[in-house]
Write a protein that binds this ligand. Structure first.
Ligand SMILES: [Zn+2]
Length: 495
């Protein structure tokens, strides 16, 4: 060991790890590569050419160097030209294989290119070990460490709890682990695996508003998981990913199992506000587990559904050509901005106005749809986003997008998904370090967003004080979501 420490300090030779464990190469300034032969009297190191024992045409090249790494002397000449690229090749090769053995599930081609760029390997050197040549060794290195692909969530849980595979879920700084454990059971299709580091769990303890949303395209094909459910919060309008849960099904019971799992890990978990889209099993599970929390849907999802229905009813040409139809549909999209107890009346006033303009026959079925679907006993309580600090679950969309970007492909291998979750956790922890001292990690919110926010607040106050009717509120407030409305309408017009 002492010898190796000494060697690393050397200036005329540099030491690289060999292909086998505990073997080393010495690259000398003469462009030749040596093995250590022995330490001779006086502490000098006797070196022999790496081809000394090569079959066929061995090279008897020898050299020696002082223990301080200086005073390099060639003792016997080589029978081949020096190769200054070899040191770069060896470095690249061992870095790549090390990464494959570390369980990094990135594509092999990606690992090769990333390491080549990171080490700034000269092109000529890298050309001597192109990707195709190195690929078999990379595959062997990877297979030697990754477990077999699990078929069920229970199998995966067994793997992740095995100490041998803790590197799969270790955080990038090595201080934490993103796997928190399993809950539910396979037979009832409620198995859930929770991916949330200790430190994010700690953070969750003080989160008051939680956003949740499920995504499907990152679910591994060969695993019996139905979806990945992400928990997100906002801090000063910045999306903070709390954790992800691989769920066996989309049933209310499976959602409940997931939430119970988190409660078990964090008994003080008690969100005051919960926002998610209108998927009934998800909403129901939150309601059952946290009956006292305020629950909300999402303005964006509701408006989008209403506009899609308008298209189904053949209203797009009317919206484009008749300003009264356009106004009425826009007001319907703005209904969630009203206080809960004003929504039914708001809808009534919009339909009366349409009736007065002679549009009843055109719009009747859309009004009926909104009444039946959105003002139903289960939807109405979560339809209004009145006075909500955030009116949409867009932060979930943005987190889903980050996850998809990290995973790089749809329906990845499970280890690629886990590694993406590890990287996202690291990004989040970094983000919290920027936010904690009051820093701002993202660009400022757009002036138009701020103006619209303040206008909607002003209109809400006027409505409260009885200065404006509900219809007038809807007309004015819907103007404040014109951008969103146009964005959603655009694609519907096109096809
Ligand atoms: Zn030689």
């Amino acid at each position: 060991m002492i010898l190796i420490v000494l060697l690393i300090e050397m200036v005329e030779v540099s030491v690289e790890d060999g292909l086998q464990p505990n073997t080393h190469f010495l690259h000398a300034k003469d462009g030749h590569t040596y093995y250590l032969n022995k330490v001779v009297k006086g502490g000098r190191l006797s070196l022999e050419c790496m081809f000394y024992r090569r079959k066929g045409r061995p090279c008897r090249g020898r050299a020696s160097v002082g223990a301080n790494g200086l005073d390099f002397k060639l003792k016997k000449i080589h029978n081949h030209a020096p190769d200054h690229n070899l040191i770069h090749q060896r470095r690249l090769r061992s870095a790549i294989l090390l990464r494959c053995r570390s369980g990094d599930p990135s594509m092999l081609r990606v690992i090769y290119d990333e390491e080549r760029r990171r080490l700034k390997t000269p092109r000529v050197a890298a050309a001597n070990i192109p990707f195709v040549t190195l690929r078999p060794a990379m595959q062997r290195a990877r297979q030697s460490t990754l477990p077999r692909i699990p078929k069920t969530l229970t199998d995966l849980d067994v793997i992740l709890r095995d100490d041998k595979y803790c590197f799969l879920t270790k955080t990038l700084d090595g201080q934490d682990c993103i796997y928190a454990g399993a809950t539910g059971n396979e037979a009832e299709k409620t198995r859930c695996l929770i991916f949330m580091s200790e430190r994010m769990l700690k953070y969750l303890a003080r989160v008051k508003t939680i956003f949740s949303d499920a995504t499907f395209c990152v679910v591994p094909t060969d695993l019996n998981g139905a979806q990945v459910w992400n928990l997100v919060t906002l801090r000063r309008h910045t999306t903070i990913g709390i954790g992800s849960i691989i769920m066996q099904s989309k049933s209310t019971e499976c959602y409940r199992a997931a939430i119970k799992g988190i409660k078990h890990l964090l008994p003080s978990f008690n969100p005051q506000t919960i926002m998610c889209d209108y998927e009934s099993s998800q909403q129901k599970a939150w309601a059952l587990e946290f009956p006292n929390a305020e629950r909300y849907g999402c303005l964006f999802h509701a408006s989008k559904a209403i506009l899609k229905k308008a298209k189904e009813k053949g209203l797009i040409p009317y919206i484009e050509n008749n300003q009264h139809v356009d106004l009425a549909v826009r007001c319907l999209c703005a209904l969630p901005l009203l206080p809960r107890n004003c929504i039914v009346d708001g809808l009534l006033q919009v339909s009366e106005a349409a009736f007065r303009k002679g549009l009843w026959s055109v719009m009747e079925s859309l009004f009926k749809y909104v009444f039946k679907t959105w003002l139903s006993a289960s939807r109405l309580p979560i339809f209004s986003v009145y006075e909500c600090k955030d009116r949409t679950t867009n932060c979930c969309e943005s987190y889903n997008y980050s996850l998809q970007t990290e995973v790089k492909t749809t329906h990845p291998n499970i280890f690629a998904l886990i590694s993406a979750l590890v990287r996202l956790e690291d990004n989040t922890v970094q983000l919290l370090h920027v936010l904690s001292p009051g820093g701002n990690p993202r660009r400022k919110r757009k002036a138009s967003v701020l103006v619209n926010d303040s206008r909607i607040r002003g209109l809400s106050e006027d409505l409260n004080e009885g200065n404006i009717t509900r219809y007038k509120f809807l007309r004015q407030a819907s103007r404040r979501m014109q951008g969103l409305y146009n964005d959603m309408l655009g694609p519907l017009k096109d096809n």
